[in-house]
Design a protein around this ligand. Structure first.
Ligand code: COA
Length: 341
């Protein structure tokens, strides 16, 4: 007998940003840079930074609470928690286990997943398998990043780019024809050395690249990553459109990973997709890694830009190197709506 796969989709969403704002003019006092250079080369005006001593899981926890509330379920209903992060507060316990304890999700299994800035798409793809197969009813995905903790605040090439943030979604069964239509994932480990954050090991080249005292920081060959990002964003978008038989004109919105406005504008232009179809957050949050896609979806949803039946495309790329894309037919109305279009 043929197994029936359940349609799975986002049934709840939430996000949380730290309160501390770090502006470009604050950065002018820390390194040799200017507000004008940062805006022109990246589109970033300010970013949010965790307080000294504040763990990244604290914002993951708030985002998770909001997503659970939006889904109309309780923490005890959750069967699995997946945290996508490249900046876990601890290697063990995992951030997912920390959140499982803090949320009181006593029936949930929990693990972290690291696909850097592509974490949301990887986690979505894994969560979907569990729900579609009927193994689990509710999977909580939390994308939780504290990049300020691995930033070299003396390196002007990287410290102007990143910020801290968390976004969360609950994946559950949805109506036939709605939810996650398909996902596409890819990786290229041979090219991975152009973006590194060392942890338990560092080789000679890792040490040489980091010119300042603190060596456990993010290092990036910006122009190599830039070229990769433009090429792969286009590839991953075309691939998922092809896999799902979707035309760019069918899309209500596109949610790319937001690392640099120049990357997004370049790729969207070649794809023939208007940038009016996206929800910009990079100007106020910077590059927030895996949290970028769920935070921008949450803001679009709460601003009333997403309605039931809308087709949206998610596309991410990042360290590893990794990339991925997804097409979703949005299955929720605005928060507070009755559910009738
Ligand atoms: N302020 C002022 N000048 C800066 C600067 C800063 N914050 N950072 C770099 N510069 C300087 C460089 O030193 C260089 O000077 P030089 O020509 O005298 O050597 C000049 O600006 C140009 O540097 P370059 O690295 O070529 O700039 P760019 O236009 O490529 O922009 C990035 C740099 C990092 C913004 C861009 O490469 C980028 O966005 N890369 C991808 C980042 C990314 O997506 N990362 C995460 C992947 S998920």
């Amino acid at each position: 007998m043929k197994t029936r796969f359940k349609p799975a989709g986002i049934i709840g969403i939430g996000s949380c940003l730290p309160e501390n704002v770090l502006t470009n003019s604050d950065l002018e006092k820390m390194v040799d840079t200017s507000d004008e250079w940062i805006i022109k080369r990246t589109g970033i005006r300010e970013r949010r930074i965790l307080d000294k001593g504040q763990p990244a899981y604290s914002i993951g926890y708030e985002a998770a609470l909001r997503a659970i509330e939006d889904a109309g379920i309780s923490a005890e209903d959750i069967d699995l928690i997946i945290v996508a992060t490249e900046t876990p507060d601890y290697l063990t316990p995992s951030t997912a286990c920390i959140l499982q304890g803090k949320l009181g999700a006593r029936n949930a299994a929990a693990f972290d997943l690291n696909a850097a800035c592509t974490g949301m798409i990887y986690a979505l793809s894994v969560a979907r398998q569990y729900v579609s197969s009927g193994t689990y009813r509710y999977v909580l995905v939390v994308c939780c990043e504290g990049l300020s903790k691995v930033t070299d605040w003396q390196d002007r090439k990287t410290c102007v780019l990143f910020g801290d943030a968390a976004g969360a979604v609950v994946i559950g069964e949805v109506e036939e024809g709605y939810g996650i239509i398909d996902t596409y994932l890819g990786s290229d480990g041979e090219a991975g050395r152009c973006l590194t954050i060392p942890c338990c090991h560092m080789d000679e080249s890792d040490i040489e690249k980091r010119t300042h005292e603190n060596k456990r920081v993010l290092w990036m060959d910006g122009s190599e990553v830039f070229k990769f990002a433009v090429r792969i964003m286009e590839h991953a978008t075309e691939k998922i459109l092809d896999l799902t038989g979707t035309l760019p004109g069918d899309l209500k919105m596109i949610f790319p990973h937001q690392a640099n406005v120049r990357i997004i504008e370049g790729a969207l232009k070649r794809l023939g997709i208007s940038d009016e179809n996206m929800m910009p957050v990079i100007h106020k949050y910077g590059n927030i890694s895996s949290a970028s896609i769920p935070v921008s979806i949450d803001e679009a949803y709460r601003a009333g830009r997403l309605l039931k039946g809308d087709k949206i495309l998610l596309v991410g790329f990042g360290g590893g190197l990794t990339w991925g894309s997804a097409i979703i037919r949005w299955n929720k109305n605005q928060p507070g709506d009755t559910g009738v279009n």
